[in-house]
Design a protein around this ligand. Sequence first.
Ligand code: UDX
Length: 444
Amino acid sequence: MKHSVSIIGLGYVGLTTAICFASRGINVTGIDIDKQKIRNLNKGNAEFYEKNAQKMLQKVIKNGKLKVSDNFDAVKNTEMSFLAVNTPSKKNGSMDSKFILAATKNIAKIIKEKEEHHLVIVKSTVIPNTTLKTIIPTLEKITQKKCGKDFGVVVNPEFLREGNAIYDTLHPNKIVMGSDSKKDLRKLKKLYIDFYKKLPKTVETNYSNAELIKYVNNSFLATKISFMNFVSRISEKIEGGDVEIIKKAITLDKRISPLFLNAGLGYGGSCFPKDLEAFRQFCIKEGINPRLIEDTIEINNSQPLTVVKLIKRRFKKLNGKNISILGLAFKPETDDIRNAVSITIIKELLKNGAKIKAYDPKANNNMKKYFGKKITISDTSTSCIKGTDCCIIVTEWEEFRNIQPERYIRLMRNPMLIDGRRLYNAKKYSKKIEYHAIGVSYFN
Ligand code: UDX
């Protein structure tokens, strides 16, 4: 493939995109300001756990299809640049554009000197109007060139899920691209046709719709989760209630998809919490009542604490109680603990004087760095559960599914299990041990 692209920002989205493009023959230059990250990537170390990523990275670094650098000059020799830097939250929750702005300025300096047309693709999640009001004016001011004529800009948000990042990049549900220039849209589409062979379903629109789609996508999914957690609170209050039965029945209605309707301890991760807060702030700024988004956030913030309330009610005093936590990552198949509900639960339990033992198949090291000596990190689920008074399933890793009630009985000082992710058959487990599950009547 003749294409040569640069990708600015080698975090989750940027690196996955870079690896996938390079694996299908596109010449990719990855740029990141973090020198240590560049050293690690050059050694074939992806810095995070993601299925197949490490193996594929090593291959494309070795065969030279992916080159990584901390020097923006490398952008010069590429036909287009993907901006994939993070857009973190400011203190008040609104989107902080400092990294995207810095990257834009660096690209602008290159475009200014470059004779050929250059396409800038905004992959980072940016609040509506950012491209029209900040990115394009910045590029035009520095380059003294005209967008849509001398260079192009397309907004192309990313919808990949952590844990499935490579798969989702190679098999996306959809591509969204927004630009005011048909020519620039065509240029990006050409790249994707060459990359995918058969182009996934594609929505072509303008800058602002493309930006908004990303926030609406994430907010809708997060709202589905919070809605079901709200329903779980109701089913906990009614005699014999079970949120899973409710879910099964409502999703037989063809209009209600079962995906993202799993009641549990709430959503975490690097996207939903940050994007919902930024969307909320955007609504406030635009004079739109943000209540719907605020309720989603509020339900999610209080959901992990329902477990701590239950334990406190059950034990009266938590001082000296040993609690085991199975699962620390914000979801299975990742080692990412950003905004993980495990952190909220552990902090609250520690505040109440409990002793914590915790285990995760992939996130142990990250959690060790986060909590230091405040908690004990176990090497296996068995040693984690051993001798504890209560065990909470926080992340639904497959390996926890096989732990039979007898094993909890054998290992624990007091076999009390809280299933925060509906991993087990409630009927089977509650016959053998003290079993509580989110969305099953146990508060009454
Ligand atoms: C999300 C979006 O899915 C993705 O499209 C976007 O690009 C980035 O944000 P990600 O954060 O990787 O992806 O994880 P996702 O699989 O969406 O899960 C988010 C959180 O929701 C997890 O904490 C998960 O445990 C929770 N969740 C998910 C539920 O509590 N219930 C569900 O039914 C589904």
